[in-house]
Design a protein around this ligand. Structure first.
Ligand code: SF4
Length: 415
């Protein structure tokens, strides 16, 4: 049989990555994160607590950094927040962005306090003189600025007449098209202030709660500007639904080569945003995976163990493994081997027992209650072998022949 020639999707995706003008965030003490150019896609999140509660804020920032956030943003609505930054920044180990709305002075105060990046909203800080002051202060300290033209704040709110005429366009036939036109026009107008001051350390975002608008907005903006793009779906909702609302447009854009840094937003613990953003980047092979790559079968009528509980236990237990070992937890040995192909370590359950394979070699056959410990022990042993140079990740795949001589081949028996 002749097979059609297929493109290498992963290679195409890497080659297609849009080249952007790189900016750097951070310093030697907290670490320098590059955004754009050939840098890996950076993960951001935002603290949920009050910035002026210094100890709690430091603890939250450090928890988010430990979860894998490359950059953490904090809100600075009041002077007490920017004052708190003076004490917060020396205590944290990740670059900090000040999220500024309405009061340009908060940006100047945050810069004085040692913040690593500023986020400005053209929808509520538009006065050219004020913007210029912030730009000059950032330029002096080599700090980048994110310009966020979010859907919610881009349409005029203070001038009622202007707002009405803008909305008249928005509610025309192509709602997205009109909103997009406003976003791009405002962005061009705003960025002109930056270019006039010879300032190019800019990151752009154009968020919306509407996933289709997010795709369209970033696609259009990527054609017009070479600044790095900060992707996000704003006000996405509770994690249970927001995960799909976010990953669909962000995954689409990233797979098309668009996006240099991302934030997933949940009405939930921001550490979960980081966890899911990283998993998306691992899946797209845009970041090198840290920790185990776990796959598991969905179970079916052949199952003979409590696989759902087992998978959750395995997930928790294997958090201690540092290497990106591919681990498969399969409900039976009939379809399991095919589905677990490519796994370094695999367990196939059945008849209240589990058979464990390491790179195709059977290493254990244990009762159900011992599966977790045995699997962890095999993963630890395999990790040590890889670290000692005696084995390679993904080198050999699971190769198991389904037993033919057994009248009930679904059954994994003790030996
Ligand atoms: S691995 Fe076995 S139990 Fe799991 S879904 Fe496939 S056939 Fe069903």
């Amino acid at each position: 049989m002749r097979f059609p020639k297929l493109c290498d999707y992963r290679k195409t995706m890497a080659q297609n990555r849009r080249k952007t003008r790189q900016v750097t965030v951070g310093d030697e003490r907290v670490g320098i994160v590059k955004i754009g150019g050939d840098a890996p896609v950076a993960v951001q999140t935002m603290t949920a607590g009050y910035t002026y509660e210094i100890d709690t804020c430091v603890a939250e920032i450090q928890r988010l950094a430990a979860a894998g956030a490359d950059v953490v943003r904090v809100a600075v609505p009041e002077k007490k927040d920017t004052e708190a930054l003076r004490q917060i920044i020396p205590q944290v180990t990740v670059p900090i962005v000040a999220d500024v709305h309405f009061h340009f002075k908060r940006a100047l105060e945050a810069i004085e306090a040692g913040v690593h990046k500023i986020r400005l909203n053209p929808g509520n800080i538009g006065d050219e003189k004020q913007v210029a002051e912030v730009i000059d202060a950032c330029k002096e300290r080599h700090l980048p600025i994110r310009v966020g033209v979010n859907e919610g704040s881009i349409v005029e709110r203070r001038d009622k007449q202007k707002r009405q005429s803008e909305l008249a366009g928005v509610f025309g036939n192509d709602r997205h098209g009109n909103l997009l036109a406003i976003m791009i026009a405002k962005l061009e107008e705003y960025l002109e202030i930056f270019y006039q001051r010879d300032f190019y350390d800019i990151v752009i975002s154009a968020k919306s709660p509407d996933p289709n608008l997010v795709i369209r907005a970033y696609t259009e903006i990527s054609k017009r500007f070479d600044h790095p793009l900060h992707l996000g779906v704003t006000h996405a909702g509770p994690r249970e639904t927001a995960i799909v609302r976010s990953v669909v447009p962000l995954g689409h854009l990233l797979a098309s080569g668009i996006g240099d840094t991302i934030r997933i937003s949940y009405a939930n613990d921001p550490a979960l945003e980081v966890e899911d953003a990283l998993e998306m980047l691992y899946c797209l092979e845009l970041r090198e995976r840290k920790g185990v790559d776990l796959i598991a079968c969905p179970t079916c009528g052949r199952i003979q163990v409590d696989l759902f509980t087992l998978v959750q236990q395995v997930r928790k237990r294997l958090e201690e493994i540092e290497l990106p070992i591919k681990v498969a937890v399969m409900g039976c040995i009939v379809n399991g081997p095919g589905e677990a192909e490519g796994a370094d370590v695999a367990v196939f359950a059945g008849d209240r027992r589990g058979i464990i394979y390491v790179q195709g070699e059977k290493v254990a056959n244990v009762p159900e209650e011992e599966i977790l410990d045995a699997l962890f022990a095999e993963c630890e042993k395999f990790q040590a072998k890889v670290q000692a140079g005696q084995a390679k990740l993904g080198e050999k795949t699971v190769e198991i022949t389904v037993p033919q001589d057994d009248a009930t081949p679904l059954t994994v028996k003790g030996e």
